[in-house]
Design a protein around this ligand. Sequence first.
Ligand code: NAP
Length: 338
Amino acid sequence: MSDVMREKVVIIGSGPAGWTAAIYAARANLDPVVFEGAGSRTMIPGGQLMFTTDVENYPGFPTGVTGPEMMMAFKQQAERFGTRVFTEDVVKIDLSVYPRRIETNMGKTVEADAVIIATGANAKWLGVPGEEHLARTGGGVSACAVCDGALPFFREKTLAVVGGGDSAMEEAIYLTNFASKVLLIHRRDEFRASKIMADRALANPKIEVMWNTVVKEVVSAEVVGGDEIRALRVADTETGDEREVPVGGLFVAIGHKPNTDFLDGQIDLRENGYIEPPAGGRTATNVPGVFAAGDVTDDYYRQAITAAGTGCMAALEAERWLAHGGIEAPEQAEVVPG
Ligand code: NAP
């Protein structure tokens, strides 16, 4: 007996895009399988929301919800309709064959008619002491100003943003809505950001730039209920001098990395590694029967609500693709009008 699983739809990834795709695919009787990931230091099942404390901008939660609670609810909703979930990483995928062949880190082999890739992107972190602990526990370290900046925790404080690209400029400017002051910490003496964004940040009276500066450590203080950021230990890259700068929050804005390595060049990617979506706002990739949803294909919006939306779209497209031929007639199915 073969121990190869044969599936109609396999969903890779377990953030808002993956679970939403699963809910739609399961309710369409496609009996989907989700590989939610095995978990590592930088990526755990549930994706980036597992590092988010309060989600206040997802419609339907008037008093907010924590990222982990939200992902648990998404997962439960997918399972309620029969989604099967494996806590394993997909390490290899062969898109040159029909059905598509998927291998996991636990040695499972799965053959799938349609595949939805929702593996997300990881915010890059500095990797300095104190950072991960405070990011995980809501102690004042974040990689998303739009997600967390408006929380009461960060109001009327001196906040630090690290980075010199457009994201850092945007986050620093956004945070001036809430902070008393924003320290923009960059490791060089010129920004990578577009001139217009850099000029806007430099002209903002609430933003002070710390050039040639790197963060060595996030210093915390013990408070009731956990640890809270208190300061950054920074170093001048030219002199090597180190000092402590008191801050009430740290926003790391040094870029994102989409989780596309396992695709091994079999799907068209943009220069920055994100999956290239087709024209027309669809989720089909250039490979028939393979769809992409969420942050793995989105370097622009990066929101839970947009990821969930494209997860829904991917499942509807996969369903339609299967109904119009699927692997029996992939090219024909590919051009089904919307
Ligand atoms: P990015 O352009 O790659 O910039 C990353 C920044 O972080 C760089 O300044 C880099 O320094 C710094 N950095 C990287 N690793 C670091 C480390 N370990 N320690 C300290 N600093 C580090 O990333 P991004 O700003 O997220 O932008 C990504 C893309 O999205 C860009 O194409 C950008 O134009 C676009 N974007 C556009 C907008 C907009 O138009 N509104 C907004 C956001 C993003 P170096 O400069 O020294 O390498």
